[in-house]
Design a protein around this ligand. Structure first.
Ligand SMILES: NC(=O)c1ccc[n+]([C@@H]2O[C@H](COP(=O)([O-])OP(=O)(O)OC[C@H]3O[C@@H](n4cnc5c(N)ncnc54)[C@H](OP(=O)(O)O)[C@@H]3O)[C@@H](O)[C@H]2O)c1
Length: 303
């Protein structure tokens, strides 16, 4: 690993500083790890320079934050060495939240404040470094939400705010009231929407680094067998041979090649997979390499 490449990056002029690769905790409940193994996983991430961890209240049906919090409690010195990102705004119907009668979105003051308090308690921490609204809420009142954010910041419970899966107009609406630091979105060689719908243009325009979820299409880049995925995989494998890195590393390098200076979130529990993500910071694809992947994904050359 090149130590320069793992230097923290600012998501916006307002901060925060995150590691250029973030570790995602979405799947942690499926990993079946003991507390000691969770501590070890966090330490492995830190050893690789991955200091930022992505959560949401709903991950693992509202269980993942507490799994991570148990690890922080077991090894309290870890908290000062890492940054915690979490999300709220989705209400799942499940045993952990018996009051929820319908899967729905909620960005009301009452829900956001209660959700943040629950996240802080589960994570065994006194603050989140970054809170994101998980999905656009059709009933969002931007003035009330901006005011809620400011209250959370004044209370020291959340240091920075952003959104996830929001359209450019939704980002603009909220960002005019309270500075947002990111839009966390899906982007991969199998998911190109953000390239053409104005999302990445807006990140460039506002100087926000997007955080990228499912950079390997949730693993489908390796497991799916449809024609499009086979085409993309063949192209990534050819580039991997040329650059003498792994296929996953090329997929990350493809995301990192965009001038929006994205921050990918890995979803893996495996150390080698985390290393493959970090290795991409040292790979610079040419524009033609980048368009070879685009062409394979779209199934046609550019116009
Ligand atoms: N904001 C949102 O709406 C949203 C939505 C989804 C996810 N996220 C965030 O984004 C993070 C990443 O998403 P994701 O988990 O879908 O990411 P991903 O990196 O696209 O997929 C990770 C999955 O692919 C598997 N995989 C198979 N081959 C792999 C390889 N060679 N290298 C790495 N992984 C491989 C992993 O299994 P192994 O563990 O066995 O490697 C894991 O199950 C989540 O943890 C979450 O924090 C956010």
């Amino acid at each position: 690993m090149n130590s320069h490449t793992m230097a923290p990056v600012a998501l916006s002029t307002h901060g925060p500083q995150l590691s250029p690769i973030v570790a995602g905790a979405w799947r942690m409940a499926e990993w079946g790890m003991s507390v000691a193994q969770r501590v070890r996983w966090i330490e492995q991430c830190l050893d690789l320079g991955i200091t930022s961890f992505d959560h949401a209240d709903i991950y693992g049906h509202y269980t993942v934050e507490a799994l991570f919090g148990e690890a922080l409690e077991a090894q309290p010195s870890l908290r000062a060495r890492l940054q915690l990102v979490s999300k709220c705004g989705i209400k799942l119907v499940c045993a952990q939240r018996p009051a929820h009668a319908l899967k729905s979105y909620d960005t009301s003051r009452a829900h956001v404040l209660a959700s943040v308090d629950a996240s802080l308690q589960a994570l065994r921490t006194d603050h989140l470094d970054l809170l994101l609204i998980h999905r656009p809420d059709a009933l969002m009142d931007p003035d009330e939400l901006a005011d809620t954010f400011q209250g959370l910041r004044a209370a020291g419970k959340v240091l920075h705010f952003g959104v996830s899966n929001h359209s450019p107009s939704q980002v603009a609406l909220l960002n005019r009231r309270v500075p947002l630091v990111t839009n966390q979105i899906e982007l991969s060689p199998l998911h190109l929407n953000a390239l053409g719908d104005g999302t990445l243009d807006q990140c460039l325009d506002l100087g926000l680094r997007p955080m990228i979820w499912s950079p390997l299409a949730g693993g489908r880049l390796f497991s799916a067998d449809d024609e499009r995925t086979r085409r993309v995989r063949d192209t990534l494998e050819a580039l991997a041979r040329e650059h003498q890195v792994s296929t996953a590393t090329v997929a990350y390098a493809w995301i990192l090649r965009h001038p929006a200076r994205a921050v990918p979130i890995t979803g893996s529990q495996r150390r080698e997979a985390l290393q493959e993500a970090v290795a991409a910071l040292d790979v610079r694809l040419s524009a033609e390499d980048w368009y070879r992947v685009w062409e394979a994904s779209e199934g046609r050359p550019v116009a």
